[in-house]
Design a protein around this ligand. Structure first.
Ligand SMILES: NC(=O)c1ccc[n+]([C@@H]2O[C@H](COP(=O)([O-])OP(=O)(O)OC[C@H]3O[C@@H](n4cnc5c(N)ncnc54)[C@H](O)[C@@H]3O)[C@@H](O)[C@H]2O)c1
Length: 324
């Protein structure tokens, strides 16, 4: 039976690589993106693929979503939905208005479309930002840990996470009501070698070092540790869940790595790999940005067999090969 996957945000970091891998596995794929944070370049290698159809559509545009639903209504076979479209970048985390429509309203509308069409599964991309002030514990935070949230009284940062958290409730409710199978995935710090956003720490460091020997970080960065998930691994996590129906119980899965690095050490590592001397300076603060974020990934590992494969060293080399 034909297996058709519909992906929103198909030109983004996780969406684009997921398209590529699904095509290799023999799926038919329909993807769309409005290029809010991506470009046609990330998927140009698959645009001519006979099993891939791409639309420059906005998930917030009712007319375009009606066109998509009408088209999908004429298809037969097994239908799966993956929702990657989102307003993601850190600078928007502090602007509730910027993230709400796409990340919350349109996630829900897209889920309702999947249900109306009788789709078998819906994979909802959520975020590890939901852990807010509880982003770290020894061994990594668990999906069912209670959350310690920063509220609007503390910082607007958590508005993005609050929206994503709401999508996890929509997902769970739909599965519990027997309308569809699905789950939510909480990714932590996805990066790729085709990232367009030089504000994110890896491309930012590479571009700073290409233009000089100074990298200016935020004051918080002195004590901030992060793990980084390569987009090869984030998309494999999506596909492993898509292909494990028994895991699609409406619940949440963490997806990250356990390789923590202090941000100034990350900068130094990149400089060493580029053979450059670096001076690190510090300026500015970010509110409600946790000092550590470490996810426990046992749940996805035991239920699907997924674990991250790309080490930070390998991932940085891939970025440097592409950019430098
Ligand atoms: N990047 C991370 O570190 C990270 C961390 C946690 C969770 N996530 C989640 O993973 C998912 C995939 O994110 P990503 O890392 O690939 O980021 P990304 O920004 O590379 O991809 C998101 C894609 O959605 C598209 N998009 C945005 N608004 C749209 C709209 N109105 N209509 C259609 N397309 C639209 C963007 O153009 C982009 O191509 C998102 O749901 C995100 O919230 C990402």
């Amino acid at each position: 039976m034909e297996r058709l996957v519909v992906i929103s945000g198909a030109a983004g970091m996780t969406g684009s690589e997921t398209v590529r891998r699904l095509l290799k596995k023999g799926y038919k794929v329909i993807g769309f993106d409005n290029f809010f944070a991506s470009s046609i370049d990330t998927i140009k290698d698959v645009l001519e693929h006979p099993d891939f159809t791409f639309f420059e559509f906005d998930i917030n545009c009712t007319g375009q979503m009606i066109v998509l639903e009408t088209l999908l209504g004429e298809k037969h076979g097994e239908l799966h939905f993956i929702n990657c479209a989102a307003v993601v970048h850190t600078k928007y985390f502090y602007i509730p208005q910027a993230t709400f429509e796409t990340n919350v309203i349109s996630m829900k509308n897209f889920l309702e479309m999947a249900i109306r069409l009788g789709a078998k599964t819906y994979i909802n991309c959520s975020t590890s930002e939901v852990y807010s002030f509880g982003s770290y514990k020894e061994g990594g935070v668990l999906e069912n840990d209670l959350l310690l949230f920063s509220t609007a009284e503390n910082s607007l940062r958590t508005s993005y996470a609050t929206g994503k958290l709401l999508t996890e409730f929509f997902m769970k409710e739909a599965v519990e009501n027997g309308l569809i199978k699905g789950c939510s995935i909480r990714f932590a710090n996805v990066y790729s070698d085709s990232e367009l956003y030089p504000e994110h720490i890896i491309p930012y460091t590479i571009y700073s070092l290409l233009n000089g020997d100074n990298v200016q970080l935020l004051e918080n960065a002195r004590k901030t540790y992060r793990t980084f998930l390569h987009n090869y691994d984030s998309c494999d996590a999506v596909i492993s869940l898509l292909e494990t129906p028994e895991a699609l119980d409406g619940s949440v899965y963490n997806a990250g790595t356990t390789e923590e690095i202090l941000i100034p050490d990350l900068v130094q590592t990149i400089a060493d790999k580029m053979g450059k001397k670096v001076t690190i300076t510090y300026k500015g603060e970010r509110t409600a940005d946790p000092l550590r974020r470490l996810l426990n990934i046992e749940k996805i590992r035991t239920r699907t067999g997924w674990s991250p494969k790309v080490t930070l060293d390998e991932g940085l080399s891939l970025c440097l090969e592409k950019i430098v």
